[in-house]
Ligand binder design. Structure first.
Ligand code: HEM
Length: 211
């Protein structure tokens, strides 16, 4: 018996291994490369945050509805992880009026995906991608702070919402997600939604990078 090809246990193991190829694609996108190099311009950064605001606003409203409909989600403490308020603080700091923000095609696709997520499983597939992205985003926040000579988090709250608590919160999210008794069908739907989300984010990154 060999253990070398054994997938990690639980739904979080499936999500990680079955979106690994897409994470590699997303991470290598020119926009992400510019972010991690601290080499993004303020205008492009504003655009990036603005599109993320549209997405998180929709995602968190849908999550509120799912929390009311599915008691299994309560243990995840999702409202404590929400990002809409952080994005609004960042955008206000950068002088962007949220009333002027219009969805680009990639964001429109994600908004549709969120609206079409008719139960907690696909919704949590989408949620997983954005929650997991906080792991790499902390490094981006550090790179941008350095590049822009900043010593505070003004304008960078979305990228580093939890500071030193990030690792522990991610471990808790993983454990709580694995503790929920997702059916096989739910797991399949969740993985599919996560894959679609990664593809849409990569497309949106390209759109933003193209200007
Ligand atoms: C510069 C770009 C990026 C870098 C450097 C980066 C880096 C990382 C790192 C270091 C981790 C933690 C791995 C671990 O500790 O297990 C991670 C996890 C993750 N990232 Fe990224 N990432 C980037 C872009 C993205 C993007 C654009 C998304 C999607 C919006 C994303 C979604 C995720 C997810 C879902 C996880 C969790 C994987 C798991 O299940 O363990 N990342 N990333």
């Amino acid at each position: 018996m060999t253990h070398t090809t054994t997938a990690p246990a639980g739904i979080m193991g499936r999500l990680k291994s079955e979106t690994a190829a897409q994470h590699a694609v997303a991470e290598a996108k020119p926009l992400e490369a510019a972010l991690i190099a601290g080499a993004i311009g303020h205008e492009q950064y504003r655009k990036y945050l603005a599109q993320r605001w549209l997405i998180h606003r929709e995602l968190e409203a849908a999550t509120d509805r799912a929390l009311a409909a599915d008691a299994r989600l309560a243990a995840l403490g999702l409202p404590g992880l929400y990002q809409t308020a952080n994005l609004e603080a960042d955008l206000a700091h950068l002088g962007v009026d949220t009333a002027t923000i219009k969805p680009m095609a990639g964001a429109e696709a994600l908004l549709g995906l969120i609206r079409d997520a008719d139960s907690s499983a696909p919704l949590m597939g989408i949620y997983y991608v954005f929650e997991g992205s906080k792991n790499g985003a902390r490094f981006i926040a550090r790179a941008l702070a350095k590049a822009w000579g900043k010593t505070d988090l003004d304008g960078l709250k979305y990228l580093d919402p939890h500071g030193e608590a990030q690792r522990g919160l991610w471990m808790k999210f993983r454990e709580d997600m694995n503790a929920i008794a997702w059916s096989d069908d739910e797991q399949d739907g969740m993985v599919k939604a996560a894959q679609t989300t990664f593809d849409a984010i990569s497309a949106l990154d390209d759109e933003i990078h193209a200007g």
